[in-house]
Design a protein around this ligand. Structure first.
Ligand SMILES: NC(=O)C1=CN([C@@H]2O[C@H](COP(=O)(O)OP(=O)(O)OC[C@H]3O[C@@H](n4cnc5c(N)ncnc54)[C@H](O)[C@@H]3O)[C@@H](O)[C@H]2O)C=CC1
Ligand SMILES: O=C(O)CCC(=O)C(=O)O
Length: 350
């Protein structure tokens, strides 16, 4: 990878590399754009196949955070971090060393939990830095808020695509039944949705079957099901040239970050199939909203109001996409870029 060329192309301000020689692990923090405020974004721990994969992931995730904050009207910039490690290598010592790395940025980056990091891990980082969010006893893990946002996003898409106010009787396929996907199944089940689910962890899929009467399918079969909605709630890049031709759902609405393997090619493919795609960084912004409200000590009512605005923002994006004949991805990007540009102009004028 041509490092500076890639960073320039994606518009990052700074990328920081860390290694702990004693504990033998590596981490990367990427700060994408801080026009709206200091950077926020959770930390993911993952056994990446290569350092290049880790870098690619953190660059894409942090850029997504910039757009996420702008679309949610949250005055923070976009950042994200990855720890390159196997989940069973994770120790308190490692989390504290990572906490010192975060602390060295002196608040220019505030982090929380992503895949393979739980609230207790964030608590451990907190022993070394105050620049962490999602603490037990405060906002806690962001997953319930994210799931609520995705549920509201599904309602907005169903209203736009099917002109329906309720979800009763719809068929939804959920890929990934972790912290967010599991809670989303709960919301959907309560509204009379028929669930089709999959997870690499077979026991977890069986658990969801018992709880909500879901039909369990093999991971590779989730794309081609005859359903109304597909909810990707696992990892990124699952909307690609192999999977999109298989999809029968007419709405894609899930929490996973970076769902499109290639933003331009694959969002256009979805549009040409008549599928409404809910841009991931819009529909999954509930977690960011949750931790931001922890940071600013705001009240429950303003927090809930902001989560509920995900419904309106998505309707605005769908309407813009239809009126201007552009993809929903482009419509959301334009919305975010307008807000970022406005903030930059205000900063120059001040
Ligand atoms: N937790 C949160 O508040 C937020 C999460 N996200 C994103 O949503 C996604 C899920 O987050 P969490 O639920 O917190 O993660 P999690 O780690 O709790 O759950 C992910 C689940 O997906 C399963 N999985 C992984 N690959 C799979 C595959 N190919 N097929 C089927 N299942 C697979 C895993 O076994 C696991 O059960 C991630 O991409 C994360 O970055 C985005 C915004 C906020
Ligand atoms: O949990 C956080 O720190 C912010 C949310 C986040 O990283 C995400 O939405 O991917």
């Amino acid at each position: 990878m041509k490092l500076f060329e890639t960073v320039k192309e994606m518009g990052h301000e700074q990328v920081l590399f860390f290694q702990d020689k004693e504990l033998n692990f590596k981490a990367i923090i990427a700060l994408h754009d801080t026009s709206l405020g200091r950077a926020m974004g959770a930390t993911r721990l993952f056994p990446y196949a290569s350092e290049e994969d880790a870098l690619q992931d953190v660059l894409r995730l942090s850029r997504g955070m910039t757009y996420k904050a702008a679309c949610a009207n949250i005055p923070v910039g976009g950042g994200k971090a990855v720890i390159i490690a196997n989940p069973d290598q994770k120790t308190d010592k490692m989390l504290r060393a990572y906490g010192r790395f975060v602390d060295s940025l002196q608040g220019r980056f505030i982090t929380g939990q992503d895949v393979n990091i739980c609230p207790e891990d964030v608590q451990e980082m907190r022993r070394e830095t105050r620049y962490v969010v999602g603490l037990t006893g405060k906002a806690g893990g962001p997953a319930p808020a994210t799931a609520l946002g995705v549920f509201l996003g599904i309602q907005a898409a169903v209203f736009f695509q099917f002109n329906k106010q309720d979800l009763n009787g719809l068929r939804v396929a959920v890929q990934g039944l972790g912290n967010v996907g599991g809670k989303l199944c709960d919301y959907l089940h309560r509204r009379g949705v028929k669930l089709f689910v999959t997870d690499l962890n077979h026991n977890r899929a069986e658990e969801i079957k018992q709880l909500y009467g879901a039909k369990v399918v093999e991971p590779e079969d989730i794309y081609s099901l005859d359903v109304d909605i597909f909810a990707p709630c696992a990892m990124g890049a699952i909307l690609n040239s192999e999977t999109i031709p298989l999809i029968q759902a007419s709405i894609i609405a899930g929490c996973a970050n970076n769902q499109l393997q290639d933003e331009n090619i694959h969002s256009a493919m979805l549009k040409s199939k008549g599928i409404i795609y809910c841009p991931d960084y819009v529909i999954n912004s509930g977690g960011l909203i949750n931790v931001y409200h922890e940071l600013t000590f705001s009240d429950e009512a303003s927090y809930l109001k902001q989560i509920h605005s995900i419904y309106d923002t998505l309707l605005e994006i769908f309407t813009k996409s239809k009126a201007e004949n552009i993809t929903t991805q482009d419509a959301s990007k334009r919305l975010a870029e307008e807000r970022i540009l406005k903030a930059r102009k205000l900063a120059i004028a001040a």
